[in-house]
Ligand binder design. Sequence first.
Ligand SMILES: Nc1ncnc2c1ncn2[C@@H]1O[C@H](COP(=O)(O)OP(=O)(O)OP(=O)(O)O)[C@@H](O)[C@H]1O
Length: 264
Amino acid sequence: MEADLGQGPVLSAGGLTKRFGRRTVLDTVSFTVAEGEVHGLLGPNGSGKTTCLHLVTGLLAADAGAAVIAGVPVHDKVSRALLGMAPDDLPLPASLTGGEYLRFHDRMRGRDDARSARELAEAFGLAGELDRQIHEYSHGMKRKLQVVAATMHRPPLLVLDEPFRGLDPEAAVTLRRLVGSYADSGGAVLLATHDMLRAQRDCHRVTILHSGSIAAQGEPYQLRQDHGAATLEDVFLAATDREGEQARRADALTAVLREGDERH
Ligand SMILES: Nc1ncnc2c1ncn2[C@@H]1O[C@H](COP(=O)(O)OP(=O)(O)OP(=O)(O)O)[C@@H](O)[C@H]1O
């Protein structure tokens, strides 16, 4: 099937549902990501963000619903060329050098993006490290390498799972600029994050998941208006009922500490 670039959203996810055993961990989740859009996927631990990213990239098969990238369903292998994904914690081949890992991606894609890879590695201060084996890399260096591998072929859709985790401030600024310019040049970016400030500042739209379902969806500014909230973090707390949860936990903690005091 031919990619249909320039018409409709780059990514359409409709009714995505995933069950592990008898547990439904993602329940009829729908959203789109347009050209030029940075879309944030937010939600508490275990709410289904990574599962959702795995469904829209074809790493996992959905039990119901479908994801389509530039007109190509993700179960069609053609879709692989239309996306780049930097996963949260997929193990990297430790014995390869960073450069070999990037060339491996080139070969898998049947492309030659060496120049783009070098430029991106330079932007992340990683160019001087590409001859070292990955097992010698720090966490942040691995993360940068994954972002370079996901981006070097300039796919229409970039999918990033917690991309800022473990990055030093300089690399975080570089990544933020990369994401911004990626979208400005017509790319679509879907990123899962726990960082509400970044999401409020950098995402055009967000989808907030709670227990596998959509708790809120829209532009950060609009969501703040709708919830009468000062920040996206407050929207998140309200939408995922974290305010009540936090108060209950604080009460329980106070009770435990008081009990301890009384015993001494
Ligand atoms: N392979 C699996 N088998 C069984 N359950 C799974 C599997 N993968 C994920 N889950 C469950 O699915 C739910 C959603 O997990 P997921 O990793 O998508 O959440 P998340 O929002 O990305 O969490 P976090 O913010 O902690 O990374 C969790 O309850 C998790 O235990």
